[in-house]
Design a protein around this ligand. Structure first.
Ligand code: F0G
Length: 354
């Protein structure tokens, strides 16, 4: 098969581009849909992982950013801005660098993982740490985009959603149809909105024959300390070890509720403890190293299964949204410190119990 051209070329007919659109791509997309034998065994379902950490900057944000930056260039923007818990800023910085645009990012001070900070800096973004949380950063970025000549590339930008919906297309293309259930972590709620739009657009209707015969139930999971959609109330001081989804007032709140209700799905909370257990299970048994927020989808699936609310035999896809190397803190703190030995085979063998 020919080289993968990136998701805009791959799904051109289903995206808002023309022959003249100057496509900015890092060949994102076409990520693995990996069978998960241990999760399948534990749930009695056929579970797959959509491994979005395999994208160019290590998260699903690249799907949205190839579209958002492409459209910014097409519209003649010279600068883009975003608020971020880290991954959006990493992706925006990279795509802006590729396009030769200025990129400004606003991040909550002290609350973003080191790897993500490194990405924004190395790609040359202008980074400001804000004395506030993500919700404050987004309000600020939105205001700046209204008052100054700079385009907002958060997921309130519809082109982000258009790009991110292609993950659903890829899943249907591999499985031959939509799964029964799709599990996702939920923060600002752009991604669950995008997947639901993608599944609907790819599904056959009387007017439009599509590649899928049905749509899945959408199951979203928020961290318990940052679960406004679950509780129905804005969380003023969201708190979770999963910094990527430490969000108290999601921009796409009502769209997430629509995805849940239209699909017959659910949005539940998972504790940090359950997130870390799923994080370790993914690394140890499925051999997929994700960042903590990504493990919320798997923690949620296991929680529903343990509550006896998951019918066995179904086909389930869990999106794991970001690469574990971005935020290695929890991998290191959860493991014993390595032993030090002299340059000596007998000493090594003794310590290894060989
Ligand atoms: N997983 C990861 C790794 C994320 O970075 C995010 C969001 C989510 C899940 C949740 O997706 O917001 O569409 O519901 N990160 C944003 C950022 C907020 O700034 O990088 P969502």
């Amino acid at each position: 098969s020919p080289r993968w051209p990136g998701l805009i070329e791959a799904y051109r007919s289903r995206l808002p581009v023309t022959a003249d659109t100057p496509v900015v791509t890092l060949q994102e997309g076409a990520t693995p849909l990996l069978p998960a034998p241990e999760l399948s065994r534990r749930t009695g379902c056929e579970v797959f992982l959509k491994v979005e950490g395999a994208n160019p900057t290590g998260s699903f944000k690249d799907r949205g950013m190839t579209m958002a930056i492409t459209k910014a260039v097409e519209e003649g923007s010279k600068a883009v801005i975003c608020a971020s818990t880290g991954n959006t800023s990493a992706s925006a910085a990279a795509y802006a660098a590729r396009a030769g645009l200025t990129c400004a990012v606003l991040v909550p001070q002290g609350k973003i993982a080191m790897g993500k900070l490194a990405q924004a800096l190395v790609h040359g973004a202008q980074l400001l740490q804000v004395e506030g949380n993500f919700d404050d950063c987004l309000a600020l970025a939105s205001k700046l985009a209204i008052d100054y000549p700079v385009s907002l590339v958060n997921s309130v930008n519809q082109f982000r959603i258009e790009g991110q919906k292609t993950a659903s297309f890829e899943i249907v293309d591999v499985l031959g149809d939509a799964p029964d259930i799709h599990c996702l972590p939920v923060g600002n709620a752009g991604n669950i909105t995008a997947y639901w739009q993608g599944y609907r657009e790819y599904c056959t209707t009387s007017e439009d024959p599509g590649p899928a015969t049905r749509t899945p139930r959408m199951w979203g999971f928020q961290a318990a300390g940052a679960a406004p959609i679950v509780t129905g109330q804005v969380v003023e001081n969201p708190s979770t070890i999963a910094t990527a989804i430490r969000i108290g007032n999601p921009a796409s709140w009502t769209k997430a509720l629509a995805a849940r209700d239209e699909s017959g799905g659910r949005i539940d909370a998972v504790t940090d403890r359950a997130i870390l257990a799923a994080y370790r299970l993914l690394a140890r048994h499925e051999a997929v190293f994700v960042e903590p927020a990504s493990a919320a989808s798997v923690a949620g699936l296991l929680q529903v299964a343990e509550a006896g609310e998951l019918e066995p035999g179904q086909r389930v896809v869990c999106t794991v949204t970001g690469n574990g190397l971005k935020d290695p803190e929890w991998a290191i703190s959860g493991a014993p410190a390595p032993l030090t030995i002299p340059v000596d085979a007998a000493a090594a063998a003794a310590q290894l119990g060989l």
